[in-house]
Design a protein around this ligand. Structure first.
Ligand code: PMP
Length: 364
């Protein structure tokens, strides 16, 4: 199975994490974890250069998103976010009885000016955004934070793969909450660790609605170890970024349009062509990618950056799929008899595809 549908890291975490987990898995698991996750917050404070009282640990950043809404939104309150984006925002707003104000991104995924004027109690900005992979520049995030009426939550789940971040805003703007996760760049999705960085007053509100023991002992220990070995994380991020460039180039050779991605996934489009059948054909070959059956996204696939081998296998499968489609559409056409041949590529040095498809007019 090649799993490129939920944006996990294809590489293992730091060896220090696995050693720590082995050591921590002892009789002490009979004890509850530290409800304040002090060791984890102390380590995170060093890594992110923020005071410890500006940090709150969550059971993944998904829990932190839920806490924000539980703490701030009453039935009927407005929560704004640009779309398409992380679908959990809409679900969590509905659970809370709030009103989702969805402001469409333009085709190039620039920040829509109407977002700051939505008069929302909470505004979410996923940056880099999922599923587009695009990044809103810091100056625009700051302008948005100054314009919104309530809290701006900057969801930076993918930010370690990007070229900028908004952590610096927290010290200047008390309405900004930055969310981080150890699920992506640190390869700890299975352990569920997220961090909220914000003004202590904002965090106090989240604490009132948080379960006491929300992050397990093993997860806290592993997260301390992961944050203690930044070079391991950075090496994995560098490999993912290099493969992201290869994946993008390979998809473009297969006639996909790919937005410039600052995340560990890309959004690949064939404008106007439903990619649902492509995703299903890939799944039949044990390759999972994400297709969204949502208006405006049917012609796109979100593909997680895997290892080089996984990406090669995906590109090969997409190439075969493309040829099968070409064959089908040629057979469907009765007007012209066509013959399809595989011919060697003109530039044999190029890694893929080594062959290309030619369609000959049968009347030649
Ligand atoms: N935000 C975004 C944009 C995500 O894509 C995800 C992962 N699906 C999360 C937050 C949640 O990550 P986690 O709960 O694993 O920390």
């Amino acid at each position: 199975m090649i799993k490129l549908n939920t944006n996990e890291n294809p590489y293992p975490p730091s060896p220090a994490v696995l050693e720590t987990l082995a050591r921590a898995a002892d009789a002490s698991v009979r004890l509850y974890p530290d409800p304040e996750a002090r060791a984890l917050r102390a380590r995170a404070a060093e890594v992110y250069g923020v005071p410890m009282d500006h940090l709150l640990a969550g059971n993944g950043s998904d829990e932190l998103l839920a806490l924000v809404l539980r703490a701030t939104v009453d039935p009927g309150d407005r929560v704004a976010f640009p779309v398409p984006t992380y679908s959990l925002y809409e679900t969590l707003v509905a659970v809370q009885g709030g009103e989702s104000v969805q402001v469409p991104f333009a085709d190039d995924f620039r920040l829509p000016p109407a977002l700051g004027r939505a008069r929302a109690r909470v505004t979410f900005l996923c940056n880099p955004n999922s599923p587009s992979g695009t990044l809103v520049p810091l100056a625009e995030v700051e302008a948005l934070a100054r314009e919104v009426a309530g809290v701006l939550v900057v969801d930076e789940a993918y930010v370690d793969f990007a070229s900028g971040h908004a952590l610096g805003l927290v010290a200047r703007l008390p309405n900004v909450l930055v969310l981080r996760t150890l699920s992506k760049s640190f390869s700890l999705a299975g352990l569920r660790v997220g961090l909220a960085v914000g003004h202590p007053e904002l965090l106090a509100g989240l604490r009132t609605v948080k379960d006491s023991y929300n992050v397990s002992r093993l997860s806290q220990a592993a997260a301390v170890a992961a944050l203690g070995d930044l070079p391991a994380m950075q090496a994995n991020v560098a490999r993912v970024r290099a493969t992201r460039a290869r994946l993008t180039a390979g998809l473009e050779r297969l006639a996909f349009r790919v937005l410039p991605s600052e995340a560990n996934f890309v959004l690949a489009r064939r404008p106007g062509v439903d990619q649902g059948p492509v995703a299903r054909a890939l799944a039949a070959r044990d390759i999972l990618v994400r297709h969204f059956a949502r208006p405006g996204l049917e012609d796109a696939l979100r593909i997680t950056v895997g290892t080089d081998d996984e990406v090669d296998a995906l590109l090969a499968a997409l190439g075969v799929q493309g040829k099968a489609n070409a064959l089908r559409s040629c057979k469907a056409s009765r007007k012209v008899r066509t013959r399809i041949r595989m011919v060697p590529r003109r530039s044999p040095g190029a890694p893929w595809p080594r062959f290309c498809l030619t369609v000959r007019d049968g009347r030649r």
